[in-house]
Design a protein. Structure first.
Lengths: 136, 261
């Protein structure tokens, strides 16, 4: 009888501890679900003190598709991955230039939601540009 | 023609009587094994009898236990502090913040009794379907275009199993031999059994266990039924990057199980 109680207690404890734990991909899964299969239209770009507004204009947009591919309104295509590196959420985009050369662009995700996306382009020198997108 | 129908009816009646008699005879015929087992102790029943006996010995001071079934309306609101979330996710504040009490429901059973013939108590076990309004304590903004947002979207519909231990203080109100009013207070514990969304697991925010402090009033109508209103204030039992304070009002009724069945 005592063994039965111990077994029951162990099963309950295991159930409590094991259910729905955060995993390494939880955050990227959620960000991917918000990012994918939408057209993200550029509303503002800010570099240093210079703010450019594209609100109400026929403007640049980019799409991140569920199959891991990306395309933009300029006709550039490639692949992308969402990663969390050193607590920094990033989009790594692998593109091919018009000449066929591979090009990697990295964006820090400053904020991503169902309708709003803010990215900062990672640059090795100079001031980073922040890009504000909406999903219309 | 008439005599044929009469004969037919008589035959049917006779056939029915014979069938019933035959079936009752069959039911009375027990196999040798069944006859043996009728005299032997059933191990399962014996175990239950022993448990009951040992419980009665241990809880000798807990008397007059009545089992009741209850159901209630639950009005809930949760206060959410998402300061600890570092993931760069935004939820537009106006779309997630309702700051109202939303309605859910719960049901279960409770055992009411008296400890040492002096202290009244109620132990209750329930399944709760909570639908909570959300009050987010923090607003963030990212100029120039995201006005107000939160970093976290709390699950606002979930199911819990709960256990509560309430002390009941009889209030000297009205004719106490007929109607009884009680003030009740005590702790309760909820455990979320519904799945937690991925959004709620980010940065270790997910939390299943809630510990509550309960306070309320109960009206006992001559032992026929009990009407009650309880307020529950709950917090996460373990530390979380998103502390949630769950406020609930329960309004319901309980009826003794023996009166129902």
């Amino acid at each position: 009888m005592k063994n039965l109680y111990i077994l029951l207690l162990a099963v309950i404890s295991f159930t409590i501890v094991s259910c729905n734990k955060e995993t390494a991909t939880t955050q990227t899964d959620v960000m991917n679900s918000m990012l994918t299969n939408k057209n993200w239209y550029l509303d503002y770009s800010i570099t240093g003190n210079s703010t450019k507004s594209y609100v109400g204009q026929s403007t640049y947009f980019v799409s991140y598709l569920k199959d891991g591919s990306t395309k933009d309104s300029d006709g550039l295509t490639g692949t992308y991955t969402v990663e969390v590196i050193n607590n920094e959420s990033q989009i790594h985009v692998q593109l091919k230039t018009a000449g066929g050369n591979p090009l990697e662009v990295i964006y820090n995700i400053l904020s991503v939601g169902e309708t709003k996306l803010v990215l900062s382009k990672v640059v090795t020198s100079g001031t980073a540009t922040q890009l504000y997108f909406t999903n219309k | 023609m008439r005599s044929t129908r009469l004969f037919s009816n008589k035959f049917l009646l006779l056939f029915s009587i014979v069938s019933i008699a035959a079936s009752s005879l069959t039911a009375q015929t027990l196999t040798k094994r069944q006859q043996d087992s009728a005299y032997l102790l059933n191990p399962g029943q014996e175990r239950i009898r022993k448990i009951k006996k040992s419980l009665a010995k241990k809880f000798v001071n807990f008397v007059g236990n009545d089992v009741s079934l209850f159901g209630n309306l639950v009005l809930s609101k949760q206060n959410i502090n998402d300061n600890g979330v570092t993931a760069p996710i935004n939820y537009l504040y106006n779309t997630v913040n309702s700051n109202t009490f939303n309605s859910g429901y719960s049901g279960g059973f409770r055992i009411d009794g008296i400890y040492k013939e002096k202290h009244r108590y109620a132990l209750s076990f329930a399944v709760n379907r909570v639908a909570a309004g959300n009050n987010y304590k923090n607003k963030y903004s990212l100029s120039p275009f995201i006005d107000d947002f939160t970093h976290f979207k709390a699950d606002d519909k979930f199911t819990t199993l709960s256990i509560a231990a309430h002390y009941k203080k009889l209030l000297p109100v009205n004719a106490m031999n007929k109607y009884k009013f009680y003030a009740v207070f005590g702790p309760s514990f909820d455990y979320k059994i519904s799945s937690i969304s991925k959004e709620n697991l980010i940065n270790g925010a997910g939390n299943r266990a809630i510990i509550n402090g309960d306070l309320g009033a109960e009206f006992d109508n001559k032992g026929y039924y009990v009407l009650y209103a309880h307020y529950k204030l709950g917090v996460n039992m373990t530390s979380s990057s998103v502390p949630v304070q769950l406020n609930r009002f329960e309004i319901g009724m309980s009826i003794k199980a023996k009166d129902l069945f």
